[in-house]
Design a protein around this ligand. Structure first.
Ligand SMILES: [Ca+2]
Ligand SMILES: [Ca+2]
Ligand SMILES: [Ca+2]
Length: 436
């Protein structure tokens, strides 16, 4: 970046143009001041994100990702008490018109990623769009049956976050802004704007900016043209791109194609679970039940990630799941054992608890997938059903298995075969005699 006083002078001229947002002003001022002080390289080399401990400068996103929490927390900082906590309410005042985008970034109402000037709705509340992404990010491996993209999502999220935060905002926010606070304060004081001491705002700033970068990284994952355009526009607003001369963005140009995500899976017209029903249709089906965020998000995520659901079901309905691998019927002699092992592989929620119920005796076995009853008698005639419960809201039931217990060995048993052979032998002898 060519940082010199001439460039800085040009920036001052830009700032004085009407329509230049205050957010841009503030960030340009910060960057300009940084340029004047020392030509510090803004980019850091991303450290690897493996291992239990994140690198010190926090270049890795962490799970669980919770965009509703991030959105509402950011807005709370921007809104003065009693509506919010207010640490950054002065910044909202500075932002003027642009504050509408940040203040509108509430979980319940945010929808900024449509076509046109921000905030532009695309018909799906962003909390729902993010909810789908986060369900996959926060539960790695769970949705692999939906395709390879589910496994690639975390890598792309990491890439987007590093592009935006590590190479973009991190150094400015954590290192340069504290250093430049006094200068920023006096410049803005000249415009009649009072900025509190850094200590009053530092925690909010150090929380809000990583949060915002996480949200932007998620918009990148959605990846459709409108969303990427919105991402680039917000990036520009935050001085991530094209605020200084071309090619001197905090992020070395926020090329949409670099952060592009999975539009055929995650965009409104995408189909995450490949059931032939688009995400926005499944969303509209859920919303027709008047399910708002955050409860409705769960309903939508269930529908959009499960090919057996399309959102028209009652919200929270148990996904169809049949426990398998049980015998169609059991016929044994008294004294023998009933031995059944069920399989509820379609349940993914957690540890599965089984309950085995007899049509006459009631519950006769529990917890494990195998039911073993030794030395049965004829009182076991009836049916047995297994119920598998994964501890969340999903259950699976086996078909009712007819049980027949003979008081003594049936003819098909070993003893019966011996008797039958004897009868046949005797019959054969009789018929031979008759022929004579
Ligand atoms: Ca949206
Ligand atoms: Ca679908
Ligand atoms: Ca579906």
């Amino acid at each position: 970046m060519a940082c010199n006083e001439k460039a800085a002078g040009q920036k001052v001229a830009i700032l004085e143009r009407e329509g230049m947002s205050i957010m841009k002003k503030m960030l340009v001022l910060s960057v300009m001041a940084a340029c004047l002080l020392a030509p510090v390289a803004l980019a850091q080399t991303p450290a690897a994100c493996t291992g239990a401990v994140a690198p010190a400068y926090n270049n890795c996103y962490t799970v669980p990702v919770d965009s509703c929490m991030s959105m509402d927390r950011a807005v709370a900082y921007f809104v003065a008490p009693p509506g919010g906590t207010g640490e950054l309410s002065w910044l909202a005042d500075l932002l003027g018109e642009d504050a509408a985008i940040l203040l509108g970034l509430q979980c319940e109402i945010a929808d900024i990623n449509g076509a046109g000037e921000l905030p532009a709705p695309n018909g799906m509340l962003d909390a729902f769009e993010f909810g789908l992404i986060e369900e996959v990010l926060n539960n790695p491996g769970t949705y692999s049956s939906l395709g390879a993209w589910t496994g690639q999502l975390a890598d792309q999220m990491q890439y987007n976050y590093q592009q935006l935060w590590t190479t973009g905002m991190n150094n400015l926010v954590f290192s340069q802004l504290p250093m430049l606070w006094g200068m920023l304060t006096s410049i803005l004081a000249g415009e009649g704007i009072t900025v509190p001491p850094y200590a009053t705002c530092s925690e909010a700033i150090n929380t809000v900016f990583p949060d915002l970068m996480k949200l932007l990284a998620e918009y990148g994952l959605i990846g459709d043209t409108d969303t990427l355009a919105a991402l680039v526009e917000v990036g520009g607003l935050l001085a991530l791109c094209d605020i200084l001369a071309q090619g001197s963005c905090l992020v070395t140009d926020l090329h949409a194609e670099l952060v592009a995500g999975f539009p055929t899976k995650l965009a409104p017209t995408g189909d995450a679970d490949g059931d032939g029903v688009t995400n926005i249709t499944e969303y509209n089906n859920v919303m027709a039940q008047q399910k708002a965020a955050p409860a409705g998000v769960e309903c939508y995520v269930d529908a959009a990630l499960n090919p057996a659901l399309n959102g028209t079901e009652e919200c929270g309905a148990e996904p169809p799941c049949a426990a398998t691998s049980v015998p169609s019927m059991i016929t044994i002699a008294a004294g023998q054992a009933i031995d059944i092992t069920g399989n509820a592989g379609c349940l993914t929620g957690g540890t599965i608890t089984w309950t085995w119920t007899h049509s006459v005796k009631g519950v006769i076995g529990g917890s494990g997938s195998r039911l073993l009853v030794t030395n049965v008698d004829t009182s076991y005639n009836g049916t047995i059903t297994g119920l598998a419960d994964d501890g969340t809201k999903a259950t699976a039931v086996t078909p009712a298995i007819p049980i027949t217990v003979y008081a003594s060995a049936p003819l098909a048993g070993g003893l019966g075969l011996g008797l039958l052979a004897g009868v046949c032998a005797l019959g054969g002898a009789l018929s031979i005699r008759r022929k004579r």
